[in-house]
Design a protein around this ligand. Structure first.
Ligand code: DAH
Length: 349
């Protein structure tokens, strides 16, 4: 038989050493290890519990009592230590994981409109200020709108000047990427009756070889005024008004006779070179003028194609390249710079 006093003494001893181990645990993991060693299945405490069987039945209660007290003391010590370690860990994480909300972020860089978009919108604003509406049409067109209704009959030599990109749709050469914004004139006149005052900006496409001033994809803005009593004087005055609105009173417009199937008479128009103010420089090849686009009085055949009576109404039209204008305004030497998609270029404006 084991002596009761021995077991009780061992239990007390275990409490003393156990408490020291528990208090010495530096981390929660160390504490868990200590807990398992002191209170687990293969702990010394458990061995005492097993040994109860070997004492006098009368003394077993006393041993059991001291065993329970020892267990309670150790469990309390573990709980106290665990609370302390958890508090430490929380305090440490408050320091380590702290986010300083006062430093501010890296921020977003603010972008801006592409120069072509900006000039496109400025042009719209100028014409809206003159009482015009803005209209748009499709980029993929039929031969009817791009050519035929504009008085380019099949086989007309003026068609050959526009290096057309055809689309495999419908009859051969029936569907194409519009070569100019002029087809939108036809669509506007089909959709509404005069008086019409509209500008039609958009993208156009030609099978052009890329060079400093030509790109297979480019932008134009078209203008159309149809009313009773519209004259060539109105056309010239309107073009001059928009050039003055964009560039100021010192930049003028010049008109030279030309030919377009959809206008009669037709003219090309140029403006004073903004770089030399008309004195002559390399940009304007020494002429003092830079070409902008074409214009003229709407041909009666175009009116007939859209059922407007040319005896009752007259009108003028004009069209010019937006990219060209941007090149002039911002001094962009090669048109491809506008469309390379290189932010280093776009950021300069
Ligand atoms: N569509 C012509 C072109 O791209 C430009 C043009 C000329 C438009 C005369 C017009 C116009 O409206 O009247 O070459």
């Amino acid at each position: 038989m084991t002596a009761t006093t021995d077991l009780v003494a061992t239990a007390d001893q275990l409490v003393a050493t156990g408490q020291a181990t528990i208090e010495g645990a530096g981390t929660l993991t160390e504490l868990e290890d200590a807990e398992r060693a002191l209170l687990g299945k293969s702990s010394a405490l458990n061995e005492i519990r097993e040994a109860i069987k070997t004492v006098e039945p009368a003394d077993r209660a006393a041993v059991g009592k001291s065993l329970a007290a020892a267990r309670n003391a150790l469990e309390d010590a573990v709980a106290t230590r665990r609370a302390a370690l958890s508090a430490d860990a929380r305090a440490a994480s408050l320091v380590h994981d702290r986010i300083d909300l006062t430093t501010g972020g890296r921020g977003y860089r603010r972008g801006h409109l592409h120069p072509v978009t900006r000039v496109w919108r400025e042009l719209e604003d100028v014409f809206v200020g003159l009482g015009y509406k803005v209209a748009e049409g499709p980029e993929v067109e039929t031969d009817w709108y791009n050519f035929e209704a504009l008085n380019f009959p099949p086989g007309h030599p003026a068609r050959a000047m526009q290096d057309t990109l055809y689309v495999k749709l419908g009859r051969p050469e029936e569907v194409l990427l519009r070569t100019h914004t002029s087809p939108v004139q036809v669509r506007v006149m089909e959709a509404q009756r005069p008086p019409i005052y509209s500008v039609m900006p958009g993208r156009a496409f030609r099978r052009d070889t890329l060079d400093a001033r030509h790109s297979p994809v480019f932008h134009q803005i078209e203008g159309l005024a149809v009313d009773r009593g519209i004259t060539l004087g109105d056309l010239l005055g309107t073009i001059e008004a928009f050039i003055h609105a964009l560039f100021g009173p010192d930049i003028n417009a010049r008109f030279l006779p030309s030919f377009f199937p959809f206008t009669e008479p037709s003219a090309e128009f140029a403006m004073t070179c903004v770089f030399c103010e008309g004195k002559g420089c390399t940009v304007c090849s020494g002429t003092g003028w830079v070409e902008l686009g074409g214009c003229g009085m709407v041909d009666p055949n175009v009116f007939k194609a859209v059922n407007i009576d040319p005896e009752e109404y007259t009108g003028f039209a004009f069209g010019f390249g937006i990219d060209r204008l941007v090149q002039l305004l911002y001094g962009v030497d090669h048109i491809k710079n506008l469309w390379d998609g290189d932010v280093r270029f776009a950021e300069q404006f």
